[in-house]
Design a protein around this ligand. Structure first.
Ligand code: MRU
Length: 360
C-alpha cells in the first residue's frame, strides 16, 4: 500500500500527556481528515459512530482510550478505580468486535501484573502496552498478508465485503493484506468490492484503499454478487471478521453470510482473514456472538435524504454470522486454518511456535 503520504489509521501522539489521532473514516473518500481525541468521551463517540472502525482498529482505539482514562489518577487506588471505570465505559461502545474486549482485558491484565508498583510506572506501562498492541497488530497484518498471498494466483478474480484493510487495522489490513502482498509480488488480479450497505465501507473505504495501491478494483451493490458469480468465474472470496467462535463460526459485516452462501452455490472458496485476537474461545459457536443493532436512519436516510417513508419500521443488524461449514479456511498470522474445525482452531493457540495465553 502506498502509505507514505497517508496519516496513520490510529496512533498515539506524544507521551502520557499526549492524545490519540485517527483518520475520521466517516468522511472518506471525500475528505481525508485527522481527528484528535483528548478525552475518553470523544473516543467513545468515535468508536460508536465508526470514525474508527474495523475490529483490530477498535481494539487499538480502546487500548489507547484506557491511557486517556487513567493518566490523571493521583494515587494507585484512584488509578485502579479509573481503570475499571474507563474499561467498562469503552466496553459499551460497540458489542460485536471481540478485539475491543480483548484489548481492554490485556490492558487490565498488564496493570494487575504491576499492582503495588509506583503510580508513574503504572501509567507508563499503560501507554507502552497500548503502543505494543498497535505495533503487534502491524506485524500481525503483514504476517496475514504473507500467509494469504499464495491463495491469489496471477489472473485471479476476488470478491471482498466491507473494509478489512489498513483503515480497519493499524495498517495493511486482514482481508486486504493478501491482496496488498500479492500485488507487491507482481501478481495481477481483479477485486470486486461489495458496496456494503448501509454504511458503504466497501465502496467508500475498500475501493479507496485498493485504488490507491494500484490494484484493479470494481465496486458493485451487494445484491449484484449472485449475478456476478453466475456470469464470471470468481476465484475466491476473502472477508475479515469481528469475532470467531471456538468452532469457526464467524461474525462479520452484515451481508457476509449471504455472500458465503452465494460462494458455496457457485463453488467459490470462501476465506476469512483474521488475527488470533479476533477469536473468542469462550464461545462454543456463533449463536452466542452479540450482534450490534444500529439506528434505523442509517438505512432510512442512508444517502443524506429519506429513502423510505418517514418512521417506517427498519431492521438494521450491523453483523451476521457465517457458519464454519461455509468457510474454506481462516487466514491467520500463524498459518491457514483449514478445514475450519475446533481442533484446528485450538492448534493455532497451542502450537509451541505461536504460544499465547488463554484469554478471558
Ligand atoms: O462496522 P464496521 O465497519 O466496524 O465492521 C467492520 C467489519 O465487519 C470488518 O470486516 C471486520 O471488523 C474486520 S476488520 C479487519
Amino acid at each position: 500500500m502506498s502509505e507514505t503520504l497517508l496519516p496513520k489509521t490510529i496512533c498515539w501522539v506524544g507521551g502520557l500527556d499526549g492524545w490519540i489521532e485517527m483518520i475520521d473514516q466517516t468522511l472518506l473518500p471525500g475528505e481525508l481528515k485527522v481527528l484528535a481525541c483528548h478525552d475518553v468521551e470523544t473516543l467513545w463517540e468515535a468508536i460508536r459512530n465508526l470514525r474508527v472502525r474495523g475490529a483490530p482498529a477498535i481494539g487499538i482505539a480502546a487500548a489507547m482510550g484506557v491511557v486517556l482514562g487513567i493518566r490523571d489518577s493521583r494515587s494507585s487506588g484512584e488509578f485502579f478505580d479509573n481503570l475499571a471505570g474507563v474499561c467498562s465505559y469503552l466496553a459499551g461502545s460497540r458489542p460485536t468486535a471481540v478485539n475491543l474486549f480483548w484489548a481492554l482485558d490485556r490492558m487490565r491484565a498488564r496493570a494487575e501484573a504491576l499492582r503495588g508498583a509506583d503510580l508513574k510506572v503504572l501509567k507508563q506501562a499503560m501507554l507502552a502496552e497500548a503502543q505494543a498492541i498497535r505495533d503487534e497488530d502491524a506485524a500481525t497484518c503483514r504476517a496475514i498478508g504473507e500467509v494469504g498471498q499464495s491463495l491469489i494466483a496471477d489472473g485471479a478474480v476476488l470478491v471482498t465485503h466491507c473494509n478489512a484493510g489498513g483503515l480497519a487495522t493499524s495498517e495493511y489490513g486482514t482481508a486486504l493484506a493478501p491482496m496488498f502482498r500479492a500485488h507487491e509480488l507482481g501478481r495481477r488480479f481483479k477485486v470486486y468490492a461489495d458496496e456494503t450497505r448501509p454504511l458503504l465501507q466497501g465502496s467508500r473505504l475498500t475501493a479507496w484503499e485498493l485504488a490507491r495501491a494500484g490494484i484493479d478494483v470494481t465496486i458493485l451493490c451487494d445484491n449484484m454478487v449472485g449475478h456476478l458469480m453466475s456470469r464470471t468465474q470468481v476465484s475466491l472470496v476473502i472477508t475479515g471478521a469481528d469475532r470467531i467462535a471456538s468452532n469457526g463460526d464467524t461474525a462479520n459485516k452484515i451481508g457476509t453470510y449471504g455472500l458465503a452462501i452465494l460462494a458455496k452455490a457457485h463453488n467459490v472458496p470462501f476465506y476469512v482473514a483474521a488475527p488470533r485476537s479476533t477469536f473468542d474461545r469462550t464461545l462454543a459457536d456463533g449463536s452466542m456472538i452479540p450482534i450490534e443493532e444500529r439506528p434505523a436512519d442509517e438505512v432510512r436516510k442512508g444517502f443524506g435524504r429519506l429513502t423510505a417513508p418517514e418512521g417506517v419500521a427498519c431492521y438494521n443488524p450491523a453483523f451476521d454470522v457465517t457458519p464454519a461449514a461455509l468457510i474454506r479456511g481462516i487466514i491467520t498470522e500463524v498459518g491457514l486454518v483449514s478445514p475450519v474445525t475446533p481442533g484446528n482452531i485450538r492448534k493455532i493457540f497451542t502450537d509451541e511456535a505461536c504460544n499465547e495465553p488463554e484469554r478471558r
